[in-house]
Design a protein around this ligand. Structure first.
Ligand code: F6R
Length: 366
């Protein structure tokens, strides 16, 4: 059942080229520059007229929501707010019939996310679901939605469900951009051609598995770790930190790289591994300065870089390369090595990676 892998988590990490292909199947037509999402096609006008979108979710699904915020604002130019479902539901939030709420949940059973949906529905918002489990409670509560089709996820730590959520949100952002006319047809064509190749690039990224195991051996006894990123690399950093803490029990924090100087930089010494998303994006130069700040305080830098990078390589203690891709697809690629790093560190520490202590796969209590 584990398909020859030692754990479900590793199997599910390696399944991602396939799960993302499944998620995109029948939904993108690159040559025509077309995104087709059957589940939400009756709501085109709603998206066209939306003043804002509120995304509600918990945990890893909330991180996917943050990636969605970058993509929807960048391409569809609709303001997005991303809320923890548990905070949103108890805050007497301001919502009206004009609002669109997107609820993201792998299991489709998360109690706080369900309550957030019910509240928004009562106040007249239109609710879309992004769920993995077909026919679960959340898809039944929403007006419409888009399934992630990642297949069953057994490992408690979300891996392939996260990248499928990000894929769906990418498709939704492109779909909204297309209906609103905020993207040119030629730009959409080139993005979709690239998106279609992302599963192959993930396959290539997975080839670093043994190399990442080598890095994990160096950091298995760490007590803390920092994860830094900018732009859509920031939610990737948050997700990397969550993966590490939940399965290896190492204390880890994700931060926007520029926030470091406002506090967390005080933590840095030669004992502190700092994982930095330092790929060639619009924030590359800024991230390089942040790496210099860490190195000046003797922090140990593990950088995720674009293939062929030389500048970061000269400064970082360890680098993990990922293939070059449009900035829109960075989260899909940069997440993979972080999943593998957490997995190997947890296994080396003798942790039960598929069933970490105190955690449940679906959180049906608030
Ligand atoms: C972390 C993880 C959790 C879930 C969260 C929400 O790896 O799996 O943080 O993401 O409990 O669950 P869903 O997506 O089922 O609503």
């Amino acid at each position: 059942e584990k398909g020859g892998y030692e754990h479900f988590m590793l199997k599910e990490i390696f399944e991602q080229p396939r799960s993302i292909r499944d998620c995109m199947r029948g939904r993108i037509y690159p040559e025509e520059g077309k995104v087709q999402l059957g589940g939400i096609k009756d709501y085109t006008e709603k998206f066209k007229n939306a003043d804002r979108i509120i995304i509600v979710a918990c945990g890893t699904s909330w991180h996917a929501g943050l990636v969605g915020e970058y993509l929807i604002e960048e391409y569809a130019r609709i303001p997005v707010e991303v809320e923890y479902a548990s905070e949103f539901r108890y805050r007497n939030p301001i919502i009206s019939e004009k609002d669109i709420v997107i609820a993201i949940s792998q299991s489709g059973e998360t109690a706080d996310t369900m309550a957030a949906i019910e509240l928004a529905k009562e106040r007249g918002a239109t609710i879309f679901g992004v769920c993995n489990v077909v026919g679960a409670s959340i898809p039944r509560l929403t007006h419409a939605g888009v399934y992630t089709h990642a297949g069953p996820e057994i490992g408690v730590a979300s891996t392939k469900a996260f990248t499928a959520q990000v894929t769906v949100l990418t498709l939704m952002a492109f779909y909204m951009a297309q209906t609103k006319g905020t993207i040119t047809q030629s730009k959409l064509i080139s993005l979709l051609i690239e998106l279609e190749k992302i599963p192959d690039l993930i396959e290539r990224t997975l080839l670093s598995n043994d190399y990442i195991l080598g890095i994990a051996e160096k950091f298995k006894d760490s007590r803390n770790a920092l994860f830094l990123g900018r732009g859509s690399g920031f939610p990737v950093a948050l997700e990397g930190a969550l993966k590490l803490k939940e399965i290896s029990y190492i204390h880890a924090e994700g931060y926007p790289a520029a926030e470091m100087k406002h506090g967390p930089i005080a933590l840095i010494d030669e004992e502190m591994p700092v994982v930095v998303i330092a790929t060639k994006t619009s924030s590359y130069e800024k991230v390089i300065s942040n790496i210099q700040e860490v190195k000046a305080r003797k922090g140990v830098v593990i950088a995720i870089v674009t293939e062929g990078d030389t500048e970061v390589k000269n400064m970082a203690d360890y680098v993990i390369e990922i293939p070059h891709a449009d900035e829109a697809f960075l989260p899909l690629l940069a997440t993979i090595p972080l999943q593998l790093l957490s997995y190997h560190i947890a296994v080396l520490r003798g942790c039960n990676v598929d069933q970490p202590r105190n955690l449940a796969k679906s959180v049906t209590v608030e």
